[in-house]
Design a protein around this ligand. Structure first.
Ligand code: ZN
Length: 849
């Protein structure tokens, strides 16, 4: 391994105590005289500045009134500071990066170090003054938008601005640095009190190109998105509940009108915990940094569990190593998410999920995507994914030679299936395409270079999406373009179209295009009647053959999985994106069942969660074969079900038609919706059911026996602490169960003592007695003779009992102990293979005496 990898594995470099720098350089004017002091900023009042450096080609050392040393800034920034700095700060201390941090090239490590205290500098500031470039929203734009007091104002305002921009700013380009770069986002997010000021207003002109006609519209929605997301991030900082819409609107008002805004501090706890929505809402952010590593260092410094490696180490680490180190720390703090790209997806060996073989992100959104969907905690390794969400086996085929017609067909289906991913791309990374949307020359020849091809493909896709979502002229133009491509059958384009489309629909940034060529193969995945675009590790594909994979979303086995991810749309409401819609990156190493335990408060009277269970089941019903549930279904009886959650749950479970293995940890899958009821047991609707585990079912009840009769394929039955074992069951009532191989009775030793498996008077007609005497091996004659070893073994394995060990200190909690034990064995699949103590011999002696 290269030296960087060794650094990553060296424990002291990543587990060193968190540096705590209490001092930084603050500046102030004392009677007009400029002074700089190294001071404990945590105990000093000061103002912090946040600004964007701007285009490096524009900034050069320049001087500002009353400051003896030159600073590095763009001419407009320098003028702005020159005119306003003293007025803004008065005699207060202030922190301005260009004055407070040494900017000379030889102090790179110091600047990396400064990243670590950046959050604290802004958190402790009395206020943060954010300097806008002046090249973004202009005064006339702000007049068009109007005051934003309500979300209705916001929607109207954005529409009016839309019209205004298209009429009054034709051929002009909006660039608001604080919406484009990463640092100002983080700096504002940490600041409780923000004041905006703006450099002199001016808009850059763009040279006319056809592409701008459509990309202009795209620009408007992309900038609206950026404004919304920044305000949302600020308003959601440190909150655990609802994000305040008022705070969000106030932030947008302040930003646009160069005003001030404060947020309520009492309701906030600073970030110290999970990677949450403040990060995840940036999934299509096009904010950038000069160095990709700053994307991690800046965003992760807000979390208390993250300690950046030493500056020297950081300089030696690749982006992938830094990312992996970050994941490792998050995991140790139980704060990890599930990485989007796991080792198995890129052909890594071993059982560790995260990998350093990842594409280097270009935008913040690319990084957020790498962190994957939010889960409460990430699994530790592939084995932990036993609780993954399995869609069953899927056929996977490569897309080797494709006509242009087929290519468009594949893209159209992807658009239909994952519209949100495409919309986000349109307003995010595609809006940044430096190429516009209209290739001036249609270069369809086979001889065009790969680079030109790639660039043209991107332009065309962008045009197509603008047309797809916006209609109008863009649609007509895209369609005409499409026809030209089809007529030319430009096969050199189709592979770029397919790969870009696959990256977007799999939730990976387009900036990963070149990287992905070495690692992934675009494929078509057949799931039921759907055929979807996906990406598979090239190492796993056997070309020219039908490849069979298990499609699964891994879930952490120790915490209740989140059933869906949420994304936030432009209007401030939350759209739900089901996990399955976002997951078509295949990981061949993960193939298991679904375990869900979605009710945290021991009650199913949670309509929202019930709805999610319902949508999850409808999404997975085509492929779900193994299911383990831990749900308090007995917490709410039908007669008290005022929210009518039970009928929804009942229908959701009934829809799981191909279940083969099922375990209900806490009850007998109690899904009655009325009382009294004659509704059949839901598990009896599952024709493929082979393995069934229920808790505390009454085995002598006719509902249970009738249901069993329908389970013709049943081979294994696990009954934990069942009732009715000693009761008589009429022969005519007892189901035939032709394939039954094993019945396992689970209890603690004390439980078995209190509720024996059978008693002499009813031994022949009780539940276990009926099963025993019905077995083909059983006949008194067989028992009188010395039975063959094989027959003996079969009989011994037929009925077994298991004593669940009682951990110290849990006396009296037999029910809970048994439930936990069964749950764990059901999740890892060992429940069905357990060897307990044979019941048969006792029973046989009782029967034959
Ligand atoms: Zn304007």
């Amino acid at each position: 391994m290269e030296s960087g990898a060794e650094i990553f594995q060296e424990p002291e470099t990543v587990t060193k105590p968190r540096h705590r720098h209490d001092s930084t350089v603050l500046c102030r004017f004392v009677s007009g005289e400029f002074e700089k002091v190294d001071i404990d900023f945590r105990h000093t009042n000061y103002i912090a500045f946040s600004h964007v450096w701007g285009d490096p080609s524009l900034y050069h050392p320049t001087t500002i009134s009353n400051i003896p040393e030159p600073i590095i800034a763009s001419p407009s920034k320098a003028r702005c500071l020159d005119q306003n700095l003293q007025r803004l700060v008065g005699d207060s201390y202030f922190w301005l990066d260009v004055l407070s941090i040494d900017q000379s090239p030889e102090t790179v490590e110091e600047r990396i170090q400064a990243t670590a205290i950046m959050p604290d500098i802004y958190k402790h500031a009395q206020k943060t003054i954010v300097i806008r470039d002046g090249s973004g929203f202009q005064s006339c734009c702000v007049d068009a938008i109007g005051q934003l007091r309500t979300w209705a104002d916001y929607h109207n305002g954005i529409q009016q601005w839309n019209t205004h921009w298209r009429t009054d700013h034709r051929g002009q380009r909006l660039y608001e640095g604080i919406l484009e770069r990463l640092w100002p986002l983080q700096e504002s997010v940490f600041s409780n009190h923000v004041q905006f000021i703006s450099c002199e207003e001016s808009l850059a002109r763009t040279t006319f190109s056809w592409g701008d006609i459509y990309s202009g519209t795209q620009f408007i929605s992309a900038n609206t998105d950026r404004l919304w997301t920044m305000s949302r991030a600020w308003a959601s900082y440190g909150t655990t509940g609802e994000v305040s819409g008022d705070e969000q609107l106030a932030f947008m008002n302040a930003l646009l009108r160069n005003g001030e805004v404060s947020r309520d501090r009492t309701s906030r706890i600073p970030f110290s915990t999970a990677i949450g929505r403040e990060f995840l809402i940036q999934s299509n952010s096009t904010r950038r940094t000069t160095k990709a590593r700053d994307l991690i260092l800046t965003t992760m410094s807000q979390y208390s569990w993250y300690t950046a490696p030493t500056p020297r180490d950081i300089r030696n680490m690749s982006f992938g190593q830094l990312f992996r180190d970050c994941f490792d720390q998050a995991r140790r703090a139980h704060r990890a998410t599930l990485p989007r790209i796991t080792g198995g997806m890129v052909g890594d060996d071993g059982l560790v999920l995260e990998t350093s073989n990842i594409p280097e992100p270009e935008y913040l959104g690319d990084l957020v995507k790498l962190f994957g969907l939010a889960t409460d905690a990430a699994p530790n390794n592939e084995k932990d994914c036993a609780s993954g969400l399995e869609y069953g086996k899927v056929g996977v085929r490569t897309i080797e030679s494709t006509s242009m017609v087929m290519t468009f067909d594949i893209i159209d289906r992807s658009l239909d299936f994952s519209p949100d991913a495409w919309k986000f791309a349109l307003r995010g990374e595609l809006s940044m395409s430096p190429y516009g949307v209209w290739p001036d020359e249609k270069l369809f020849l086979e001889t065009v270079s790969k680079e030109v091809c790639q660039e043209q493909a991107m332009k065309f896709l962008n045009l197509m999406l603008i047309g797809h979502f916006g209609g109008g002229g863009a649609k007509l133009d895209a369609d005409s373009f499409k026809r030209d491509l089809i007529n030319a059958n430009a096969s050199n384009y189709s592979k770029f179209f397919i790969r870009i489309a696959a990256l977007i629909s799999c939730g990976i940034g387009i900036s990963a295009l070149s990287w992905s060529e070495n690692v992934w193969t675009p494929v078509l995945v057949s799931i039921g009647e759907l055929e979807l675009l996906g990406l598979v590790s090239s190492a796993e594909m056997v070309s020219g053959e039908e490849n069979v994979f298990h499609l699964a979303t891994p879930l952490d086995s120790t915490t209740p999985p989140r059933l869906s991810a949420t994304t936030t749309n432009n209007s401030g409401t939350e759209d739900r994106v089901d996990v399955c819609n976002a997951t078509f990156l295949l990981n061949p190493n993960i193939s298991r069942c679904l375990y869900i335990s979605p009710f945290l408060d021991d009650s199913i009277d949670e309509p929202l969660i019930v709805q999610r269970v319902n949508s999850l089941f409808s999404a997975v019903s085509l492929g779900l074969k193994r299911l383990v549930i831990d749900m308090p279904l007995r917490s709410l009886y039908p007669e008290d079900d005022h929210n009518r959650v039970r009928p929804i749950l009942r229908a959701a479970f009934a829809s799981l038609e191909i279940i083969e293995e099922f375990c209900s940890v806490r009850d007998e899958l109690f899904l009655d919706t009325v009382y009294p009821t004659n509704e059949p047991k839901v598990w009896s609707f599952w024709p493929h059911l082979e393995h069934l585990a229920l808790y505390n079912v009454d085995v002598a009840s006719s509902e249970f026996l009738v249901a069993l009769r329908r389970c013709e394929r049943l081979t294994k039955l696990v009954l934990t602490r069942p009732d009715g074992l000693e009761e008589c069951i009429e022969d005519s009532e007892f189901p035939p169960l032709p394939h039954l191989q094993r019945v396992i009775i689970v209890n603690t030793a004390e439980g078995h003592r209190q509720w024996p498996l059978f008693r002499r008077p009813t031994s022949r007609s009780c539940f276990l007695g009926r099963i025993f005497t019905a077995t083909p091996h059983f006949s008194p004659a067989t028992y009188m003779a010395e039975p063959t070893a094989a027959a003996r073994g079969g009989i011994d394995r037929l009925l077994v009992s298991i004593n669940v060990p009682m951990p110290a200190g849990r006396d009296g909690y037999d029910a809970e102990v048994c439930q936990e034990w069964v749950r764990n064995h059901a999740i890892d699949g060992s429940l069905w293979k357990l060897h307990g103590a044979p019941i048969s011999r006792d029973m046989e002696q009782t029967l034959l005496c």
